[in-house]
Design a protein around this ligand. Structure first.
Ligand code: NAP
Length: 238
């Protein structure tokens, strides 16, 4: 077993879109990047495609599946014995229905990934992050989750999706408060409107532009913020 001296980052839902761009960016910064994908084949293909960026390794991880998440955490502990950065990026949407047309089941399905999945993965990897000299947790959220931010609710955002991100922002603050007396910083990253499969590639930003804020928050200095939600322009009034 070789001792890992490089910093290690795990990105969930990294086989495509913003997560893939975050994985590439962190690899370029010198991290060993664990590219999380619920489908092992898609993860392996994405990791292969990113080899030019640095050390990118696929890891099977379905954020809604206890067994998958537990196995991934055991694998990281056994093989790398280290985790410095966790990026909770995996997310799902709910289509475009009016709030009155969204059922509790619709909300539950989105929350399974966007909220409960984040909590499941965070709990599984927190022991390793606590052992890191400067652990960083980044939760990929959305301006759609913001209640106080001007212009965040342009159009008719899905209630299930928006409220899942509002809950995620609150979850972020709860972890940040609990971990305030540790080196770990926990922040939310809002990528903006990015052209990915998520919105049928209708976004105005590239995945690389969307990834930039998460990559920055993953590498905050020790005097950096915790418990905030940020986009490229600064802190959001979420
Ligand atoms: P995307 O291209 O559709 O990518 C979503 C990723 O999440 C895919 O890798 C998907 O895997 C993965 N995923 C979904 N459910 C999962 C699960 N149960 N376990 C593990 N992985 C799962 O969308 P994206 O735009 O890059 O979205 C990434 C994040 O950015 C999401 O949290 C989203 O809410 C957020 N965001 C996006 C935008 C935007 O404009 N695109 C704006 C604000 C926030 P599969 O390939 O297997 O489906």
């Amino acid at each position: 077993m070789t001792t890992v001296v490089k910093r290690v980052a795990l990105v969930t839902g990294a086989n495509k879109g913003i997560g893939r761009a975050i994985a590439r960016g962190l690899a370029q910064q010198g991290f060993v990047v664990l590219l999380g994908s619920r489908d092992a084949g898609r993860g392996a293909a994405a990791a292969r495609a990113l080899q030019a960026a640095g050390d990118v390794r696929p890891i099977q991880l379905d954020v809604t599946d206890d067994h998958s998440v537990r196995t991934a955490a055991e694998t990281v502990r056994r093989d790398l014995r280290r985790l410095d950065v966790l990026v909770n990026n995996a997310g799902t949407n709910a289509g475009h229905r009016k709030p009155s047309q969204e059922s509790p089941g619709d909300l539950r399905q989105v929350y399974e990934t966007n909220v409960f999945g984040v909590v499941r993965v965070t709990h599984a990897f927190l022991p390793l992050l606590r052992e890191a000299p400067a652990g960083r947790i980044v939760k990929v959220t959305s301006k759609r989750g913001s209640i106080g931010e001007k212009g965040a609710w342009v159009g008719q955002p899905s209630m299930a999706y928006s409220s899942s991100k509002t809950a995620l922002n609150a979850v972020t603050v709860h972890y940040a408060r609990e971990l305030a007396d540790t080196p770990i910083k926990v922040n939310g990253a809002a990528p903006g409107h990015v052209a990915t499969a998520f919105n049928n590639f209708r976004g105005s930003r590239t995945p690389e532009q969307g990834a930039a804020i998460a990559i920055r928050l993953a590498q905050l200095d020790d005097d950096g913020p915790t418990g905030g939600v940020f986009d490229d322009d600064g802190q959001l009034a979420w």
